[in-house]
Design a binder for this molecule. Structure first.
Ligand SMILES: [Cu+2]
Length: 141
């Protein structure tokens, strides 16, 4: 009996003091607008939640379905929409960043297989705190 209590207490302590590195970042609602079959480049939108007490950066992304994945920002210049490549995205402590049409997005380049609405794309996101997150993005109409 005493042993059981001790083990339980130990487990609780381990949980309480486990490194908070894993699981600090959560991804919500990852989706890819359906594009014409001939399109080689698609956009991906998602929300990055940073539940930690430190800011983190999205540093890179990759997908087996694409030759390359870049981080882009959209901007209006002289009435024209332009895209700019970003080296990273900053997410403040205890806050979230939404990648959405007209703003930040992942640029999925060099598509390797046909993708239509309902399909899913596996994307790996790498963050500055060494956390890597696997995301399933749904292709939507
Ligand atoms: Cu872009």
């Amino acid at each position: 009996m005493k042993n059981t209590i001790r083990i339980t207490l130990f487990s609780l302590l381990v949980l309480a003091f486990a490194p908070s590195q894993a699981g600090d970042i959560a991804i919500q609602d990852a989706w890819i607008p359906e594009a014409p079959p001939t399109a080689k480049v698609l956009a991906c939108y998602l929300t990055i939640e940073n539940h930690s007490k430190a800011s983190v950066m999205l540093e890179s992304a990759a997908s087996d379905d694409f030759g390359a994945v870049e981080i882009h920002a959209s901007e209006m210049h002289d009435g024209m929409m332009h895209m700019r490549k970003e080296h990273h995205l900053h997410i403040d402590a205890n806050s979230s960043l939404k990648l959405e049409p007209g703003g930040y997005h992942l640029m999925l380049m060099d598509k390797k297989r046909p993708l239509k609405a309902g399909d899913h794309v596996d994307i790996e996101l790498h963050f500055s705190n060494d956390e890597s997150i696997h995301v399933k993005a749904e292709v939507r109409k």
